[in-house]
Write a protein of this length. Structure first.
Length: 574
């Protein structure tokens, strides 16, 4: 691509590189070894969430170097920077998990600030762990400069007692250990082999779910979500992503040209068809919010309900991300859905082509059983469904993939924080048939809307996965399985019905009808509300306090600013 293709007078970087008054600015660029030619080319941010916190992110720096080659070979000057991540597997089960969802906003905000502060013209983003994927995609849509997203890849499976395992097996082993079903040595043996390489958690948990979303929504190149992190083939995909962003810049194709209502519907369809994470019900509305598109939890769940569940992936199924990659990857899943009439094929993507054009060369493979035809689904409706009722007027969400029954009724056993619930589970202080309630863990009440994998996995490990139900105004990991309802709104901290529950109240969950109710009259709920008092959080300063002041409901994506509808001027037009 000829560098003359780019008109610097129309790019944000003119504010930091053009004219006599920008001599001081250019001096900094010369100090880093840039040539005059490189300074006058478009400046492209290459952002990663690389860190040494967990295997999810450890391979991203290598892939960033390849992406930079793609930018440089096509008339751009790459400028690498990093932002934070909070890795859920390590934050899980303690106060650290309060930081997880907040990190999504910090990733989006810090990427925005770096791009604005240095007047970069385009963006390539590479992410590994759960919240870093939606965080970077939110930033891309918010900034609306040409952008390409790329997933850092999944971890390879561990091997334990002649079977593939993931980190979820370790979480569930904690429950087995507490129930006396696993000894110390066996638990230690499992933890040492479960995570054998770089990469994000291997099942269709949140990271792999949002990686599938990146392809389905059109922000990532086809097949870029599939290859495991250690595979060197990822480097070629990263270089191609760098090349693609320069083509988008030359043709002024922006994220909001790609992330439309139809594209969001495609993304929700792929989540449902793959039995993906309930967290997609939070992240898709947040991405839509950046574009000024109304697309809330109920819109997502409506699509979930009409989509067949066809990818047999963990935690509800048998296979992991590596297996789906070897079966043809996300494009095969998408092609199967499109041929069945479940996808919008006319949506634009970062290739410059439509979804239909991208998928033209792919055909369903009969030599695999990871992905089924839509005519023979695992279930006729998606692996994730929405619920609503007098206990959840703003809705809730449950992953039904792998569940044997879709209804549950039982008396409430109420806890006001996850720690108390986990301790009770560890000590088996519950009765079969109960509904465990964990509240004051919502976006504002937590603050931070914690995931509950430690608790849900312990329940499953004790052999009680479908003998109990668990409901919360917090979240669940994409790795959670069992009868677990999250995102219940309004949350307890703002006086939602979940905050009015008492031990013994009869709760009814029907994932077939999509209802979540408590056996209380409107008058009884109103009477309890009169005596309810808002709780004071322990977090009265710092980032978590600041988050709690601005965060909205889970129904709308737990966002912290007015979004694209309130926008007066886009960064891309500065």
């Amino acid at each position: 691509m000829d560098v003359k293709t780019f008109d610097k007078s129309k790019l944000p970087s003119r504010h930091s590189t053009v004219g006599p008054e920008r001599a001081p600015h250019r001096s900094y660029l010369y100090a880093m070894g840039l040539t005059e030619e490189e300074i006058y080319q478009p400046l492209v941010g290459v952002v990663t969430t690389w860190n040494e916190a967990a295997p999810c992110n450890i391979a991203l720096s290598r892939q960033a170097q390849a992406a930079k080659k793609g930018v440089a070979a096509n008339g751009g000057t790459p400028r690498e920077f990093t932002t934070i991540t909070v890795t859920d597997g390590i934050a899980m089960g303690h106060e650290g998990m309060k930081s997880s969802l907040v990190s999504r906003e910090v990733i989006a905000d810090s990427t925005e600030l770096t791009m604005r502060g240095h007047a970069y013209d385009a963006l390539v983003g590479l992410a590994g762990c759960d919240k870093s994927l939606p965080g970077l995609m939110m930033a891309m849509v918010r900034l609306n400069v040409p952008a390409v997203f790329m997933y850092g890849g999944s971890i390879l499976p561990g091997r334990f007692q002649s079977r593939d395992v993931t980190v979820v097996d370790v979480f569930e082993a904690v429950g087995m250990h507490s129930a006396g079903r696993m000894d110390d040595d066996t638990l230690h043996e499992l933890e040492c082999v479960a995570c054998p390489s770089a990469g994000s958690c291997g099942g269709q948990f949140t990271a792999n779910t949002m990686a599938c979303v990146s392809e389905a929504m059109g922000l990532a190149l086809p097949m870029s979500a599939g290859a495991p992190a250690p595979y060197e083939s990822r480097d070629a995909l990263a270089e191609a992503s760098g090349s693609a962003v320069m083509s988008l810049l030359a043709n002024n194709v922006r994220p909001r040209d790609i992330v439309t209502r139809k594209a969001l519907e495609n993304a929700a369809t792929v989540v449902a068809a793959s039995g993906g994470s309930t967290n997609a019900g939070l992240h898709l509305p947040a991405i839509a919010h950046e574009a000024g598109i109304e697309f809330d939890l109920h819109d997502v769940c409506e699509i979930f309900r009409r989509t067949p569940y066809i990818a047999d992936l963990k935690p509800g199924g048998r296979y992991i991300a590596k297996d789906m990659y070897e079966a043809g990857g996300v494009p095969i899943l998408m092609k199967t859905l499109m041929d069945g009439g479940f996808l919008h094929g006319d949506c634009l993507t970062v290739t410059g082509k439509t979804i239909a054009e991208n998928l033209k060369e792919f055909t369903f493979r009969e030599d695999q059983d990871v992905i089924r035809p839509v005519s023979n689904p695992l279930s006729p409706t998606g692996g994730v469904v929405g619920l609503k009722g007098n206990l959840a007027p703003e809705g809730g969400i449950v992953k039904i993939a792998g569940l044997e029954r879709l209804q549950f009724s039982g008396p409430a056993r109420v806890f006001d924080c996850e720690e108390d619930a986990f301790e009770a589970v560890q000590n088996k202080q519950y009765e079969e048939g109960e509904v465990i309630v964990i509240r004051y863990e919502g976006p504002r009440g937590g603050p931070g809307m914690r995931e509950m994998l430690s608790t849900t996995a312990a329940i499953y490990g004790q052999g009680m996965g479908e003998k109990l139900a668990l409901i919360t105004d917090g979240r669940f990991s994409g790795a959670t399985r069992g009868f677990c309802v999250g995102h219940i709104g309004p949350e307890a901290a703002v006086g939602g019905p979940i905050g009015l529950l008492e031990n013994g109240d009869m709760i009814h969950i029907d994932a077939d009808k999509g209802t979540l109710d408590v056996e209380l009259t409107d008058d009884e709920l109103a009477k309890r509300r009169e005596s309810w008092k808002a709780r004071s959080s322990d977090f009265q300063s710092g980032t978590l306090w600041k988050y709690a002041q601005t965060v909205g409901s889970a129904e709308k994506g737990a966002v912290t600013h007015p979004g694209g509808q309130a926008e007066v001027r886009q960064y891309a037009d500065v």
